[in-house]
Design a protein around this ligand. Structure first.
Ligand code: ARG
Ligand code: ZN
Length: 876
């Protein structure tokens, strides 16, 4: 069944209150669900979503007999219900230990957890499982005292008591009306780490982090992150927490990163637990970001929620924007921005150019779980960022204020958000709506003319939105283009725009027609434009820069994104010449000028983390962005050769800065240099990047790493950084170190994920055999999504091995997709998307991929999750 946005219909019923009682027994859990239902209109049948084992239905105290209702396609229809408010009580029986989908109520490590977004609640009971039905939840949980000492749900604990037979009960009540997807329950043996936060109006909030007992101390960093997030939301967005308690529970079996259930967030352990010995700096940063993200959902998601799932980006795009700003305000704004852009360009642009392309607000879906995508999240965040760029911080905050004034407590649409932004600022944002309805990455062709006589610089822009499977012809969009001008010495040049009195050094062009020319006045000399500063729109922009222009921007641009972008373009050009040379069997160019420009950039007085990102070569996915008939192997070779030649000519510089980084850490003023700190993280990220480059140029470096391993591995960032640097080498020493690593951390679930990532992502020739062997490792489990993502997910992104010319990579992945799909469709359908490149591959690989895709497609028991993706890839 395909669901369409245009078919939206308001609900027929409201639920005034819902009262749930969970009775946890040894082999099953009983759920009694008592609802006070109010018909909006008379005479409509009552249709509830649900798939759980149904034991009983009682309507206004009377037990319904089978002819009074019908069950089909996960819907329960009660033919006749009263015209006015009535009480409906439904009892279901669940088997959480057997639930391997990790949706609804499931067991993990003897404890019980829920995941209900988007449509998990229907696996628990029969309900209007849609986000625009909001109700007040009261939850009673009854369970064995020893097995389930901790029993949690949303809101405040209002009562509890003892029962016979070593059992006890608790009752939670959430004063805020919410949709079913925000309902949560947790029960089991859990330790708690506590803290508190006083909101600015003086409310005392108890903060509680629940983990396995042995992990308790590892939640300390997340707890601190939460306090920072709460403070930041008050300072920057004027938003205060609204309950007296905020709980976070860590669970190791989890389909996604984390979930914002009201007052009771549930997190993948990966985004809560950290210690210096087990987490890298990047892990610490991810924890701070995800803790922020879920906390920020309390207002953008929970207090104001989505009318329907097509509007998912209303909460996700906005909340990703908020978490990105939180992280940027915490530290290293420039580097964070570049990091976000790199993710967007290498992954979301690929999604937009493939079979799954969809607008930020999808027009249709078969399985909603397939639409928790980079487009909805990351491109959605860029769309929110464009409001911010167009309206400024003040205007944007005015829009936020009006949004909450109008919609607090409601379930609304992306149009409501846009209207709040427009109305609060008295501007028209009608055309901006296209960002929500047109898929595909806009492409801009630009060129400039300098007129010395009139002292003007004219910038001509032309936009093109490529067709996507869902839509052929598209309309021009509103594209904010932030721009500055540099003279030939790299100094910023002031200019005047028509109709403005003052000169400025930077402006945001509002480019909203297919073709447009912008004229900069009072420009006294030839200039090089610095375009799309800060990556002001999620587009591809092409300007006919000379290499010298790009080197000028790389050396002097005051905008850190545009400066980095100049290096990216130079890398792309160097890569393209390598690809040509390989194709025509010519000797590879040496790229001496690029090496020189990079050397100067590295030697400039800039922050070490920024130096590290300057050394990032575009990913293969970015490099084949506008190519068809792709031979993935050639891309890896040409890119690798580029790295190799640059690393050899820059050897001395690389060594110099690596030694500098070592010294910085040794002489650090921080009391514990092995701990996470943004400054030290920057130094270490430079060091680890230099190690990766270094092993390409310096044969001895491998031996240094091996010899110094135990002494240098003072924390996980170093330990993992060294292993990653030598991970592709065929030397036996790589295997020895990796084995030692696996043994040393055998007991640590999250570190073992890193062990499996190293195996799955290695370019060594024996990788497939190593992956197959790792599947048998005692720490591996197909039922644990983190493990699957680590080993099989990283293999699916391992270009030379997944795309092996004999088809072995495709066949292997298809085997495991079919196995996993039987019990966890969500995880399987993510893996299927490794095949998204199908249509764009060269003919031989395309044929090999087709065989595997058809094999998956033919599987009769295939989930609708995986089927939707395979069908789209094969466009059948
Ligand atoms: N709302 C969660 C977040 O982004 C993600 C939940 C996704 N769940 C899913 N089953 N796809 O914070
Ligand atoms: Zn979210």
């Amino acid at each position: 069944v395909v669901h369409y946005l245009k078919d939206y219909q308001a609900p027929d019923f409201a639920v005034a209150e819902i009262d749930l009682t969970y009775t946890i027994e040894e082999a099953y859990t009983l759920v009694r669900n008592r609802m006070m239902i109010v018909p909006h209109e008379v005479g409509r049948p009552c249709v509830l979503d649900g798939s759980a084992e149904l034991l009983q239905i009682v309507l206004n105290g009377k037990c319904l007999s089978p002819h009074e209702y019908a069950i089909a396609d996960e819907k329960l229809t009660i033919h006749t219900v009263p015209d006015t408010q009535f009480e409906l009580e439904i009892t279901t029986r669940l088997y959480p230990a057997q639930n391997k989908t990790l949706m609804g109520l499931y067991e993990s490590g003897d404890n019980l957890y829920t995941q209900n977004e988007p449509e998990g609640f229907r696996k628990i009971t029969y309900y209007f499982d849609r986000p625009d039905v909001m109700s007040q939840f009261t939850t009673t949980i009854i369970g064995d005292k020893r097995r389930y000492p901790v029993m949690l749900s949303n809101g405040n604990l209002i009562d509890s008591g003892e029962l016979d037979n070593d059992r006890h009960w608790v009752c939670w009540r959430d004063p805020f009306a919410k949709p079913s997807y925000l309902f949560a329950l947790v029960a089991g043996q859990l330790a708690v780490l506590e803290g508190n936060f006083t909101t600015r109006s003086g409310k005392e909030v108890a903060l509680k982090f629940y983990t396995r007992p042995e992990d308790r101390e590892k939640a300390g960093f997340a707890l601190e992150s939460l306090k920072h997030a709460m403070q930041w939301d008050e300072d920057r967005f004027n938003l205060e927490y609204d309950l007296n308690i905020f709980m976070v529970v860590a669970v190791s079996d989890f389909n996604m990163g984390a979930m914002e259930n009201k007052g009771l967030n549930i997190f993948n352990t990966k985004y809560v637990l950290a210690s210096n010995d087990t987490a890298t700096d990047a892990d610490f940063e991810a924890i701070e970001g995800v803790i922020g993200h879920e906390y920020f959902h309390n207002w953008t998601g929970n207090r104001v929620t989505c009318r329907d799932w097509f509007q998912l980006s209303l909460k996700e795009g906005l909340t990703v924007f908020r978490d990105q700003e939180f992280s940027a305000d915490r530290a290293s704004r420039a580097v964070r921005r570049i990091h976000n852009v790199r993710v967007l360009r290498s992954m979301q642009f690929a999604e937009d150019a493939g079979p799954m392309a969809h607008p930020v607000r999808p027009a249709s879906y078969e399985e909603m779980n397939n639409f928790y995508t980079l487009t909805v999240y990351e491109k959605g965040a860029e769309v929110v960022r464009m409001y911010h760029t167009l309206l400024g911080e003040e205007g944007f905050q005015k829009g936020m204020q009006l949004y909450f004034q109008r919609h607090d407590g409601q379930a609304v649409t992306c149009d409501d958000f846009r209207a709040a932004m427009a109305d609060a600022n008295g501007v028209n944002l009608d055309q901006f709506a296209l960002w929500y309805s047109q898929a595909g990455t806009p492409q801009i062709k630009a060129h400039g003319d300098y007129d010395a006589h009139n002292q003007t610089f004219s910038l001509h822009l032309r936009q093109f939105i490529p067709p996507t499977p869902d839509m052929a012809d598209k309309q021009p969009m509103v594209i904010p283009v932030k721009i500055g001008l540099l003279d030939k010495n790299g100094a910023s040049v002031a200019f005047k725009m028509a109709g403005t009195a003052d000169k400025t050094e930077e402006t945001v062009l509002v480019f909203n027609q297919t073709e447009q020319t912008f004229v900069f006045h009072d420009v006294a000399k030839e200039v090089v434009p610095s375009l799309l500063r800060g990556f002001s729109a999620p587009v591809r922009l092409d300007y006919p820069y000379s290499d010298a222009d790009l080197m000028l921007l790389l050396a002097h641009d005051s905008d850190s994104f545009a400066r980095w972008e100049a290096a990216q373009t130079l890398y792309r050009r160097a890569f393209a010449s390598n690809l040509d040379a390989l194709a025509s069997v010519q000797p590879l160019p040496q790229h001496a000028e690029l090496a020189q420009a990079l050397t100067s950039a590295l030697n400039a007085d800039i922050d070490p983390a920024y130096k590290a990102v300057l050394l990032q070569v575009p990913t293969e996915a970015e490099l084949w962005e506008d190519v068809s008939s792709i031979n993935p192997e050639q891309y890896v070779c040409a890119r690798q050769a580029l790295l190799q030649s640059l690393a050899s000519s820059m050897q001395d510089t690389l060594t110099h800065w690596r030694e500098w980084a070592d010294e910085q850490e040794r002489n650090s003023r921080h009391h514990a240099p092995q701990e996470y700190h943004p400054d030290l993280a920057g130094v270490r990220s430079l060091r680890n990047t230099l190690l990766q480059w270094g092993v390409l140029a310096t044969a001895d470096l491998l031996h240094n790493i091996v010899n110094e391993f135990s002494q240098r591995a003072t924390n996980m960032t170093h330990e993992y950084g060294m292993l990653a640097a030598i991970n592709h080498l065929s030397d036996d020493k790589r295997n020895d170190l990796l084995n030692q690593f696996g043994q040393r951390h055998a007991q640590d679930d999250l570190v073992m994920d890193k062990y499996f990532i190293l195996i799955g992502s290695s370019q060594r020739p024996d990788t497939l055999q190593q992956v197959e062997k790792a599947l048998q490792h005692p720490a591996f489990s197909l039922e644990n999504p983190n493990k699957v993502r680590s080993l099989l997910g990283s293999f699916s992104r391992n270009i030379p091995h997944f795309h092996a010319a004999d088809g072995s990579g495709y066949r292997f992945l298809a085997d495991y997709i079919l196995r996993i799909d039987e019990f966890n469709p969500q995880v399987a359908s993510r893996l299927v998307q490794a095949f998204n490149l199908y249509d764009r591959l060269e003919p031989q690989r395309k044929t090999l991929m087709a065989e595997q895709l058809q094999r998956i497609q033919k599987d009769e028991g295939l989930s609708k999750d995986s089927r939707e993706i395979v069908d789209k890839i094969l466009h059948s």
